[in-house]
Design a protein around this ligand. Structure first.
Ligand code: AMP
Length: 121
């Protein structure tokens, strides 16, 4: 599967659509999720064109991996959930219901989060 340059996070990276930026550096952009599912819900995306965790973990350069995950930790501290706790979530592919095909990590926290996964029906 080829990277879709018209996905919504690619447009955010190109500043074609607005976002509520929390943090930005050479490797990552972090912004508030438009439909927050916890008191704190921030997305961190790499600057490079990676579809998902599967793509990123195989094809990103070591400096991109290091820079990205350092940014995730920094963002969690910036939004103030490092002391109280937070959950990281990254969806890959159909079973996960990944909606946006640009790799992203959700940081959720700011209150007790409950069980890891919704019960299967
Ligand atoms: P996922 O299901 O892991 O692909 O998650 C995609 C996330 O992107 C969802 O939580 C959406 O609410 C969020 N989202 C979609 N469009 C935007 C946007 N323009 N700005 C911020 N968050 C967005």
């Amino acid at each position: 599967m080829a990277y879709d340059r018209n996905n919504i996070f690619a447009k955010i990276l190109r500043k074609e659509i607005p976002n509520k930026t929390v943090y930005e550096d050479d490797f990552a952009l972090a912004f508030h999720d438009i439909h927050p599912q916890a008191p704190v819900h921030v997305l961190v995306i790499p600057k490079g064109d990676f579809i998902s965790m599967d793509d990123f973990s195989q094809n990103a350069k070591p400096a991109e991996v290091q820079g990205f995950f350092a940014a995730v930790g920094k963002v969690a501290r910036l939004v103030g959930v490092d002391k109280t706790g937070y959950r990281l979530l990254a969806n890959h592919g159909a079973d996960s219901h990944q909606e946006v095909p640009h790799f992203h990590v959700h940081i959720v926290g700011g209150g007790a989060l409950g069980p890891l996964l919704a019960k299967r029906g």
